[in-house]
Write a protein that binds this ligand. Structure first.
Ligand SMILES: [Zn+2]
Length: 383
């Protein structure tokens, strides 16, 4: 057992990080861990943090997974570990300033002070420049671990000062193994979920454990199959956007209420009381943060639906070209064959392009309904 057990399908990255944790000559004080969503960036970053803190039996072991330093780091409670896991759209400049103050302190019990920033790409340029100075000359016991989808997602100035570790999409069987080993999921269910999630570890676990998540995914794929004309396309777009909004709301509503209750308690206001004017700005701040979080969640959910749709047409193309690779959507094989018979490979590629364009537009903050509508119209049968 070691802290690296949950970093699935990443032998190269693990070898690099492990060596850095055990060999001072291989150590760097600023890291940039990149990899597609679900490849396990934050899991890798935490494992690395644990390996850095590990005191193991008989000294440095590079992440034994059993000592107090390892277990508390993995649990996120080690006093010399700071993790910025933002649920907001952007990381605020104040937050980065306070991180820099933390980074300057010597470790209290650990070997290093480790700062993990899970979404280093979610920073305004001004904020990044503040961070830049800190990672340029970190104190000797401080290690910055920045994570982002790709190196292009952070400014070149940051990139050039960090050592890069690239995660790949883990093979589906590796993801399935993890689900079986760690979550006790049935092997067949685990493999189907890993394929359907296209090796996105977190999503695979959710699909394997939550029948509703499987149903929602199925519903998204069915919406696409129902499109016959422009009218259906417009309806389908509305449905896709509504489903993502509902899922985002259900995921954030409870947390929003708890945060609000905590803030009210902190301000000494009873629920139902009129808010004194001087406290309104604090409540407004919280509401703005929550709104931003809900917006981002909705976009993430919607993007996930697009990826699911893309996987459907990818399967269609696989069938049309007679390729001998596994289908992503094994449980939708019949629908895949129908779609394959009703269209040409060129049409399938055009549809996949339309999905890609919609994803880019969503990323570029185009109103979700507009972007999705243009896509569903392009998905309808031609001729
Ligand atoms: Zn350890």
């Amino acid at each position: 057992m070691s802290v690296w057990d949950d970093v699935v399908g990443q032998p190269d990255a693990v070898a690099t990080l492990r060596r850095a944790a055990t060999d001072p000559a291989a150590m760097t004080h600023a890291w940039l861990v990149t990899g597609p969503p679900g490849s396990g960036r934050s899991v890798a970053a935490r494992a690395f943090a644990a390996a850095l803190q590990c005191t193991g039996s008989g000294g440095v072991t590079g992440g034994c997974g059993r000592c107090l330093a390892c277990t508390t780091t993995l649990a996120g409670t080690h006093p010399d570990l700071t993790v910025v896991a933002t649920d907001k759209v952007v990381i605020a400049i104040e937050e980065v300033r306070s991180l820099i103050m933390t980074a300057a302190r010597t470790p209290s019990t650990g070997r290093y002070r480790v700062i993990v920033v899970e979404d280093a790409d979610r920073m305004a340029e001004r904020t990044t420049n503040v961070l830049l100075k800190a990672i340029e000359e970190p104190p000797p016991h401080t290690v910055w671990v920045l994570c982002a989808p790709s190196a292009q997602d952070v400014l070149p100035t940051i990139r050039s000062r960090c050592r890069g570790v690239v995660l790949r999409v883990p093979p589906a069987p590796d993801v399935a193994d993890l689900l079986v080993r760690r979550d006790g999921i049935d092997a067949d269910v685990a493999l189907a979920a890993a394929r359907a999630a296209q090796s996105h570890v977190g999503l695979a676990r959710r699909l394997a454990r939550d029948p509703e998540a499987r149903e929602r995914r199925g519903a998204v794929l069915e919406i696409a199959q129902r499109i016959r004309g422009v009218g259906d396309a417009v309806l389908a777009a509305g449905e896709l956007v509504e489903v993502s909004k509902a899922e985002a709301t259900s995921a954030t509503a409870e947390r929003d209420a708890v945060e609000r209750a905590e803030l009210m308690r902190g301000l000494g206001v009873q629920e139902g009381d009129t808010l004194p004017p001087r406290l309104r700005s604090q409540v407004k701040q919280l509401e703005d943060d929550q709104k931003r979080r809900a917006t981002r969640r909705q976009r993430d959910v919607l993007d996930r639906s697009m990826v699911d749709l893309l996987s459907l047409y990818r399967d269609v193309l696989v069938v049309q070209l007679g390729a001998t690779v596994d289908l992503v959507n094994v449980e939708h094989a019949a629908a895949v064959r129908t779609l394959a018979a009703d269209s040409t490979p060129e049409q399938t590629i055009r549809r996949m392009d339309a999905i890609g364009v919609a994803r880019e537009r969503l990323e570029g903050n185009v109103a979700p309904l507009l972007a999705v509508e243009a896509m569903t119209v392009a998905l309808r049968p031609q001729g």
